[in-house]
Design a protein around this ligand. Structure first.
Ligand code: SER
Length: 315
């Protein structure tokens, strides 16, 4: 049985939904969910699961040895806000986790590797509007530094060793199934939970902080479309700019008010995440993704808002 797909970091916000989508596409037992933490579902009835610490080479090698994976998705990472609280751990996990996976993927002849980058690779000197694929990049968070360095490693492994590694610079991902894991864009999820529970939310980002965002369904579809595209179409082996939409807290609140008219939004101050957001793009030019693998998002602010409120409202 050599057709397995590994998802490393399967319990996180993206992993939770990617595993389900990949199992639908490739078969329930073909996709091995791997995480350092026990998932909050019943492992025995939920498809293959392995405890994996991507920093533990022996542990990681044993999983490669057991499954000889054809594809590997590496999602285990510390995000922007959490990374600032523990910079050395963020660097270690984000960087050495990636290098371990790249090395074992060569050793075990993995056909394709997926690794997410982020809009955090851009910094204060990058153009803010319609940020292009290629421009000045001076990230000033440890998360952004590790993602930019990771992009260079991905391209290096492609060029030196022919490893088919593919990557997307995710914007803030909005979803309802699992909570986000310590990012700067997380307000755009918390706001929906609080709107339904309390009809009020205190944003840690200011009213006019525009950021690139995307609904999870688009992010998962885009990820799988990139992985399914013919290798010769994938011209960018660092990481693709990837756009959904851009909005700020005030615009999101206005959309929520169409469903919950008495929803109120207040603002905190002096949150360290504001400085991170200020250093990031306001909007993204993703024309390479459009050209190379036909990327096109489907969810606008209206659709995201109604989907989020409908799904969270059920629970
Ligand atoms: N959502 C991520 C973060 O805020 C961006 O990559 O850290």
């Amino acid at each position: 049985m050599t057709e397995h797909i590994l998802v490393l970091g399967s319990n996180g916000q993206i992993g939770t939904e990617l595993v389900t989508a990949l199992r639908k596409a490739y078969g329930f037992n073909k996709v091995v969910a791997c995480d350092i933490r026990r998932p909050d579902y019943d492992i025995k009835n939920a498809g293959p699961f392995e405890f994996v610490n991507v920093l533990d080479k022996e542990n990681l090698k044993a999983v490669y040895e057991k499954y000889k994976p054809k594809q590997v998705y590496l999602l285990a990472a510390l995000l922007s806000a959490t990374g600032e609280q523990n910079p050395k751990l963020a660097w270690d996990l984000n960087m050495n986790g990636l290098l371990n996976v790249l090395d074992f993927s060569i050793e075990y002849r993995t056909q394709k590797v997926y690794w997410p980058s982020s809009i955090a690779v851009f910094g204060p000197s990058s153009p803010k509007n319609q940020t292009p694929q290629f421009c000045t990049m001076d990230p000033n968070t440890v998360y952004g530094i590790s993602k930019l360095a990771g992009e260079r490693w991905c391209e290096y492994y492609f060029q030196k060793f022919g490893l088919d590694v593919r990557s997307i610079r995710y914007p803030g991902i909005i979803s309802w199934k699992a909570m986000p894991g310590g990012g700067t864009t997380d307000y755009a999820i918390h706001i929906f939970h609080d709107a339904l529970k309390k009809k009020t939310y205190q944003s840690f980002l200011s009213a006019e902080t525009d950021l690139p965002m995307m609904y999870m369904d688009d992010a998962i579809r885009g990820t799988i479309e990139l992985m399914d595209a013919p290798a010769e179409n994938i011209q960018i082996r660092s990481s693709y700019n990837f756009d959904g939409l851009s909005f700020n807290p005030e615009e999101l609140a206005a959309e929520i008010r169409k469903h919950i008219p008495d929803f109120t939004l207040t603002y905190g101050d002096n949150d360290p995440r504001q400085a991170i957001a200020n250093s990031w793009p306001k909007s993204i030019d993703d024309s390479y993704a459009e050209k190379d693998w036909n990327w096109s998002p489907k969810f606008d602010l209206q659709k995201i808002t109604s989907e989020m409120l409908r799904n969270l409202g059920k629970g």
